[in-house]
Design a protein around this ligand. Structure first.
Ligand code: SPD
Length: 391
């Protein structure tokens, strides 16, 4: 077990280090978290399994967590409530832009959220995030240093890694006996005619434009008018063949056979392969691939909102999620990649084998992956996407 596992981590570390798009120097965080009203039983005591001396008198009774769908093992929330007496109320989103719209409107009531890389960048610049108090996050020591201090939050002043993954193509090998190795399988109209209305693209302005741009030979961050025109044209030509733009239940539809191929996040594909707890059963014929033209690597991160009334409790929850046993259970359940090096050591061999089959990047695949960035020009994707969708 350790052999394959160690090789996986080594490959991952080498590749991620090479790809790391770091920027800026760490900024000292004074730790802006404030105490919330006393609502839970008092007495500070060490909590099981981590180093944090939790002051229970500072815990709120509830915590509001805004998370991607199918992105946490529900039994972990029950464990947190059992251990700390805090009920975590979860609301779901399926696109960074939807999450941002809700948070920007103000008074969302959320304490903790899991934005992707480029969305963290947007959020801290807009003053939406609280600075983290690292003294309340001792389990940060378990996080792979190569996944810290990234370009979107230098010094991790506002965010800590939750899960990461890659975006490519998931397909049912029964219908593609020769395999799939190109985005042409989703864009070439002579190919997609065969599975008209049996495939989906992510309902995501950056991801779907990113796939089209990669197929055309561009970077996912390309914003020249000519490249964007070509990508838009490609997406519009594909649209009549699509079953849907779908970021919410690609996992279920691949597993059930309703889709035979889909633009997918790696973890959703692994859920389609393995099933998801008691939610649905998996399909052993689901395969995941990063096309030869390349794909996306991304990371979702835990952040606390600047107006969170429960920042102390949010830190305790974040620290809990970074406990190796908890992070391992979560990664095994949701199928995404844990940034927690101690958790990876606890994963079962079955999961490591699937990583090695393509549900995680190896050294060769890492060379074909790109991180998404945001800048003045990338806001163009919003109006182009609205036009493609015809909204
Ligand atoms: N169902 C959970 C999906 C999490 C995907 N987040 C990644 C977005 C990358 N652009």
């Amino acid at each position: 077990m350790l052999k394959g596992h160690t090789r996986f981590i080594a490959l991952l570390l080498i590749g991620l280090f090479a790809l790391a798009a770091c920027g800026g120097q760490p900024t000292a965080s004074p730790g802006g978290a404030t105490a919330e009203p006393t609502t839970a039983p008092a007495t500070a005591q060490p909590s099981a399994g981590d180093d944090l001396q939790v002051d229970r008198s500072r815990l709120s009774r509830e915590l509001r967590f805004f998370n991607w769908s199918d992105y946490i093992d529900p039994s972990i929330l029950e464990d947190f409530e059992r251990e700390y007496g805090v009920r975590v109320i979860v609301d779901l989103f399926d696109a960074n832009e939807d999450m941002l719209a809700k948070v920007r409107a103000g008074r969302s009531g959320y304490d903790i959220i899991t934005p992707s890389d480029y969305a963290v960048d947007i959020m801290w610049r807009e003053g939406l995030l609280a600075k983290l108090d690292k003294s309340l996050l001792p389990n940060l020591k378990n996080i792979d240093p190569d996944l810290l201090d990234k370009y979107f939050d230098p010094g991790n002043v506002y965010s800590v890694p939750y899960m990461y993954g890659i975006t490519g193509i998931a397909y049912n090998r029964q219908f593609f006996p020769n395999g799939v190795d190109s985005w042409a399988a989703l864009f070439d109209t002579t190919q997609i005619e065969r599975y008209r209305k049996q495939f989906s693209m992510l309902d995501d302005e950056r991801e779907s434009f990113g796939a089209a741009l990669k197929y055309l030979g561009y970077s996912v961050n390309e914003t020249s008018p000519e490249a964007l025109r070509q990508a838009q044209e490609l997406l519009i030509a594909q649209k009549p063949f699509l079953a849907a733009y779908n970021s919410s239940d690609v996992n279920r539809k691949l597993a059930s056979g309703e889709y035979i191929i889909a633009h997918s996040w790696s973890g959703a594909a692994l859920q389609a392969r393995n099933g998801l707890g008691s939610e649905f059963s998996g399909n052993p014929d689901i395969v995941f691939v990063i096309p030869k033209e390349g794909g996306v690597i991304w990371m979702d991160n835990m952040v606390i909102l600047a107006d969170s009334p429960n920042a102390y409790t949010a830190h305790v929850f974040m620290n809990f999620l970074m406990r190796p046993d908890i992070a391992a259970r979560n990664a095994e359940y949701i199928g995404y990649l844990s940034p927690n090096v101690e958790a990876i050591k606890l994963l079962p061999q079955e999961i490591i084998d699937l990583y090695n089959e393509g549900f995680a990047p190896n050294e060769e695949v890492l060379k074909r992956l790109e991180w998404m960035v945001r800048n003045e020009q990338t806001s163009a994707f919003t109006s182009l996407w609205t036009a493609v969708k015809g909204e």
